[in-house]
Write a protein that binds this ligand. Structure first.
Ligand SMILES: Nc1ncnc2c1ncn2[C@@H]1O[C@H](COP(=O)(O)OP(=O)(O)OP(=O)(O)O)[C@@H](O)[C@H]1O
Length: 227
């Protein structure tokens, strides 16, 4: 088997709440390989977002190691982590977080230009992704002029525009009605499989989780496989 895109080794993370210590992650271990889609299904408060933030280099673990494409990240500087995050990781959130003053196309162009791509190439890639997601005619619309499902499809396009190796999503369809959620999720799965990227997607929706290659949960701060 090829090397893992994401590997979490013995991850521990706690928060303080006044005098109390909350041990959210105790000894979390997970490896995700190229082309693999993994659902993270766990009750509210179990630590899904914490895990995704650590995997996405947005937050540091207290102990353990997060490896991206086999590179250990804990001793990296914040700047190096930011660079690696930009180059290798795409994020999708429950709420789209699109820039309201920019069009759908521009929202997909901006992160590519931040990564150093020329505007012309970035626009061509954005237009191609919008066509693929059947949003071509919506390219010049602002987020407020798009439906919830369309907004989330633009957020998906933005997340994959830089051709990341790892896609992380926190309840990406949690804000959508069931039919739209089904459609957006199917689009996400097709795109993930088509691009061969590794995906870790937190969801409460078991029907959607079943469409992924593997399902894991968080129990007492540890990751367990679900059958
Ligand atoms: N910065 C923080 N400071 C203190 N406690 C925190 C912090 N971030 C998260 N927590 C607590 O850690 C626990 C896990 O939070 P987390 O957001 O990771 O859970 P979750 O599984 O994503 O929940 P949900 O499904 O409701 O989004 C919660 O009890 C939360 O209140």
């Amino acid at each position: 088997m090829s090397d893992a895109v994401l590997e979490l080794r013995n991850i521990a993370r706690h928060y303080r709440e006044g005098e109390a210590r909350l041990d959210i992650l105790v000894d979390a271990n997970l490896a995700i390989y190229p082309g693999e889609t993994v659902a993270l299904v766990a009750p509210s408060g179990a630590g899904k977002s914490t895990l995704l933030h650590i995997a996405g280099l947005l937050e540091r673990q207290d102990s353990g190691e997060t490896l991206i494409n086999s590179a250990p990240t804990s001793s990296m500087s914040d700047n190096d982590r930011t660079r690696l995050r930009r180059d290798a990781i795409g994020f999708i959130y429950q709420f789209h977080h699109l820039l309201p003053e920019f069009t759908a196309l521009e929202n997909i162009v901006v992160p590519q230009m931040i990564c150093g791509l020329a505007r012309k190439e970035a626009e061509a890639r954005a237009q191609q992704l919008l066509e693929y997601l059947r949003l071509g005619p919506r390219a010049s619309h602002r987020p407020s002029e798009l439906s919830g499902g369309e907004q989330q499809r633009v957020a998906i396009a933005r997340a994959v525009a830089n051709a990341p190796h790892l896609l992380l999503a926190d309840e990406p369809t949690g804000n959508l009605d069931p039919r739209t959620a089904e459609h957006v999720f199917a689009t996400l799965m097709t795109l993930a499989r088509h691009s061969g990227l590794a995906a870790l997607i937190a969801t409460h929706n078991l029907d959607l989780a079943k469409q992924m290659d593997r399902r894991v949960t968080l129990r007492d701060g540890r990751i367990e496989e679900l059958t």
